[in-house]
Design a protein around this ligand. Structure first.
Ligand SMILES: NC(=O)c1ccc[n+]([C@@H]2O[C@H](COP(=O)([O-])OP(=O)(O)OC[C@H]3O[C@@H](n4cnc5c(N)ncnc54)[C@H](OP(=O)(O)O)[C@@H]3O)[C@@H](O)[C@H]2O)c1
Length: 249
């Protein structure tokens, strides 16, 4: 295990995040996975921390406290943050959006990843820092029943674009000097999230039949494909502080 490379992967208990965490651990990174459930990966380079990203106070406490003490910048050459954890709920038409679930969706899909971007930029100024924000086609395409998901993903994408502009202008104290952020849309991936979509009643998600059709037509790719795209970015030295990548459906 190469001690100089640290990756934090949110949502590492299943799907794309689990595949990314596995690939990085196999590839010489020390990996810290974050999720509410226990981790499934038993690689010596992998550690797991159970954290509910909807609890923004707990996120701040953990990263400013235990995490900072455990993973100081000294000795690290390259640091990665994969903002992958995400949720579709609440799937409901706009008149039916429930407050608690809407707030949790913004916390997990937008607030926690935006705050983590800033925290990593401050904490790891001076090292090669690569951040991937896992986005979705929903960030740029409205879908009935997905107001929460579309809005949270659009907001995260926009935060990345703002970072790109700020970084072009430069931050003080070396912050962002060797940082690269990728907003990555993985296309259709065969994970629990797609299973949930197919099981959603049409009154909550009117396009459900279209997604059942994608599945039946074999259009879903395995999580290994987005995982290797994300790994390739984390190991690269991009020319610009921010870019976007879309896997077309
Ligand atoms: N699958 C697709 O076709 C597709 C397409 C476009 C974009 N995406 C994006 O890809 C990312 C990964 O999704 P996936 O498809 O791999 O789905 P998944 O298998 O359902 O994984 C979602 C992950 O997010 C974690 N998570 C959810 N709520 C959390 C919370 N409150 N606190 C901490 N972790 C939380 C889950 O862990 P716990 O439940 O253990 O907390 C799980 O590890 C998401 O951002 C999703 O929007 C997926």
């Amino acid at each position: 295990m190469e001690k100089g490379k640290l990756a934090v992967v949110t949502g590492s208990s299943s799907g794309i995040g689990e595949a990314v965490a596995n690939l990085l651990a196999e590839g010489g990174w020390q990996v810290l996975g974050i999720a509410r459930r226990e981790g499934t990966i038993s690689h010596p380079a992998y550690r797991h921390h159970r954290l509910d990203l909807s609890d923004t106070a707990a996120v701040e406490d953990y990263f400013l406290g235990d995490f900072t003490r455990t993973y100081p910048v000294q000795g690290l050459e390259r640091v990665a943050l994969v903002n992958n954890a995400g949720l579709l709920d609440p799937m409901a038409t706009v008149p039916n959006l429930p407050m608690a679930a809407l707030t949790a969706a913004f916390a997990v899909n937008t607030v926690a990843p935006m705050w983590l971007m800033g925290f990593f930029l401050r904490a790891y100024a001076g090292v090669a820092l690569r951040i991937v924000n896992v986005s979705s086609g929903a960030a740029n395409n409205s879908r009935p029943g997905w107001a929460a998901y579309c809005a949270t993903k659009a907001a995260l994408q926009m935060a990345g674009r703002v970072f790109g502009e700020e970084a072009e202008g430069g931050y003080p104290s070396g912050i962002g000097e060797n940082a690269g952020v990728l907003s990555y849309e993985p296309g259709l991936v065969d994970t629990a999230m797609q299973t949930l979509i197919r099981q959603t009643p049409e009154e909550k998600f009117p396009l459900v039949r279209r997604f059942i059709g994608f599945f039946e037509a074999g259009k879903l790719q395995a999580p290994g494909k987005p995982a290797s795209d994300i790994r390739d970015f984390l190991e690269s030295d991009p020319d610009t502080p921010y870019r976007e990548e879309r896997i077309s459906i």
